[in-house]
Design a protein around this ligand. Structure first.
Ligand SMILES: NC(=O)c1ccc[n+]([C@@H]2O[C@H](COP(=O)([O-])OP(=O)(O)OC[C@H]3O[C@@H](n4cnc5c(N)ncnc54)[C@H](OP(=O)(O)O)[C@@H]3O)[C@@H](O)[C@H]2O)c1
Length: 172
């Protein structure tokens, strides 16, 4: 039985989630949520996400970095060359699997026909940027929670959305 996949993303109404190697905003409440939610988890992430997240190896996170550079492996960090290889490693590790992007990784994961949970912070703005979260709204999600919030710069909503596999034999 495959493990539940959890996708963690904050994106704007125009699906922008990044600019270059950086986030296109600074939203402390969302950063806090992200750090709390991912603490102690098994996390799949791309090489740029890993290299630009200074606290990635803290708080008991077990990282699987997708990269062509095997030299990035170290204590608490395994490397995989592809999404399928990363998922195979993650299945052998404790707990549910968290996926932190970037763009291609989210695309490949969303295309999988298996149960998944999307932790989406939707930032209610059109934001300039060049990294996009793939279109998710056409997929069949069930909303399990929603919380609205704001700060001096943005209004945003924390959604939890869940999706089953289309084949009922693929169980959660
Ligand atoms: N707002 C959010 O929630 C959120 C979440 C995630 C990312 N972001 C933003 O997105 C940007 C970073 O993401 P990104 O998409 O540019 O980069 P990324 O996925 O973190 O890293 C790209 C690198 O990872 C490896 N890689 C990624 N996907 C792969 C695949 N499917 N198969 C094989 N290798 C793969 C390659 O590494 P090698 O070159 O080493 O081979 C590639 O050059 C930043 O702007 C970040 O702030 C935002």
């Amino acid at each position: 039985m495959p493990k539940m996949l959890n996708l963690m993303v904050a994106c704007a109404e125009n699906r922008v989630m990044g600019r270059g190697t950086r986030l296109p905003w600074r939203i402390p409440e969302d950063l806090k949520f992200f750090h709390n939610e991912t603490a102690g988890k098994t996390i799949i992430l791309g090489r740029i996400c890993y290299q630009t997240w200074p606290r990635a190896r803290e708080d008991g996170r077990r990282l699987i970095v997708i990269t062509s550079n095997p030299g990035l492996a170290r204590e608490g960090v395994q490397v995989a060359r592809s999404v399928p290889e990363a998922l195979a490693i993650a299945e052998t590790m404790p707990g549910e699997i968290y996926v932190n992007g970037g763009e291609r990784i989210f695309e490949e994961i969303l295309a999988l026909d298996r149960p998944m949970r999307l932790h989406l912070t939707l930032v209610h703005a059109e934001v300039p940027g060049d990294r996009y979260f793939p279109e998710w709204r056409h997929l069949k999600w069930r909303e399990t929670s929603r919380r609205e919030s704001s700060d001096a710069n943005f209004r945003f909503t924390f959604f939890t959305l869940e999706r089953e596999a289309s084949d009922p034999r693929i169980l959660t």
